[in-house]
Write a protein that binds this ligand. Structure first.
Ligand code: COI
Length: 356
């Protein structure tokens, strides 16, 4: 399929952020958007056009039944100026896994990657270069068909928007405070936890707000059946270092298979660290803390990459991990991963794709 283009004249382009060291997350969008429609049984009309508000019927099914999925990935500026995507194929594969679960028609992953690269050839200049910054990429699909009966929509819009970002958490790469949530849950067996669907994020908001009021930046979600097993931390995968081993939750169907999670596990194994993917009882974590065997904790995700956990609060008892500092294994994994993403370390695993 040919991608049509309608671009803004130079004089209408927005000004880029004047200070890249002050970038937040998710407030600034670039000038152009990629869009593609689905109707009459196929994806069609791929196009790049000026970013503008969407025109939707108030009966658009996404507004009523939340049939929407998204992805998040990043483009980094390497020291030689080249623009590098990190494992984009994995994100587009997961987009299709999400689409399948949400009864949304699948997309051609290869075509979508080409479309993204085409968009980046136009918008790549927005990619910041200061450490910790990148161009965040948000592919999204929404059900646009105006219809009020409950069934999968017959019409969709896929779009990709971009924006320069800095650290996801205000403090950057510094330890965060986590509240272990024992009542509200993020996902249930057979539910949406393993895919990136908008409704899962909406379901997390109230509990996260309540924890924020108590001074915690994120929640540690437990399983919804026994309220025992660690699942995710905020919108990240969760890791602990116990007895020197890196332990993370098993992908049981209620945990998102994070691209960063998989990268952390690979890098850790290649560094010769012992890694375990298994069920993790919160009691095991508190016991390991009490006996001094829990030495580090961190979350991983595209937005924050790796976020050290400094404090955990379970059943109203707060405890500090790694003296509230960044532990050595957390630091090492962060350095390795960020080194590859920003082109300071060799990409020996074929994770980087350059925009030519
Ligand atoms: C990620 O870091 O992978 C996320 O999903 C965060 C995003 C929802 C802002």
């Amino acid at each position: 399929m040919e991608i049509s283009k309608r671009l803004l004249p130079q004089s209408h382009l927005k000004e880029h952020p004047s200070d890249e060291t002050k970038l937040g997350f998710g407030d600034i969008l670039t000038d152009h958007i990629f869009k593609m429609d689905y109707y009459d049984g196929s994806w069609c009309q791929p196009r790049i056009e000026p970013l503008s508000p969407l025109c939707l019927s108030p009966a658009a099914m996404v507004l009523h039944y939340s049939q929407t999925i998204f992805e998040g990935l990043k483009c980094y500026r390497h020291p030689d100026g080249r623009l590098a995507l990190f494992r984009p194929r994995d994100n587009f594969r997961r987009l299709n896994q999400s689409a399948e679960r949400m009864a949304i028609p699948l997309v051609d992953e290869k075509f979508l990657l080409e479309a993204l690269k085409e968009l980046l050839r136009i918008e790549g200049g927005w990619t910041p270069s200061v450490p910790g910054s990148s161009l965040y990429i948000r592919p999204t699909i929404i059900a646009t068909e105006p219809h009020l009966g409950v069934r999968p929509a017959k019409e969709y819009l896929l779009f990709i928007i971009l924006g320069p970002v800095g650290a996801y958490y205000k403090g950057g790469f510094s330890p965060i405070k986590i509240y272990v949530e024992s009542f509200y849950t993020r996902s249930a067996p057979g539910g949406l936890g393993a895919v990136k669907a908008g409704p899962s994020y909406a379901a997390s908001l109230l509990a996260t707000e309540k924890a924020a009021r108590k001074g915690f930046s994120q929640l540690l979600w437990l399983d919804s059946v026994e309220h025992r097993y660690v699942e995710e931390v905020g919108s990240m995968n969760m890791f602990f270092v116990i007895d020197g081993k890196i332990v993370t939750s098993l992908l049981t169907g209620t945990v998102l298979p994070g691209v960063t999670r998989s990268s952390v596990l690979t890098v850790a194994r290649d560094l010769g660290l012992e890694v375990e993917e298994r069920l993790l009882d919160i009691k095991e974590i508190t016991d390991a803390k009490d006996s001094g065997r829990l030495t580090e904790a961190f979350g991983s995700g595209t937005a924050a990459v790796i976020s050290p956990v400094g404090t955990l609060c379970h059943d109203d008892v707060e405890f500090v991990v790694a003296d509230g500092r960044v532990g050595p294994i957390t630091q090492k994994l962060y350095d390795e991963l960020v080194g590859i993403q920003y082109g300071h370390a060799p990409d020996t695993r074929g994770w980087i794709e350059f925009i030519d």
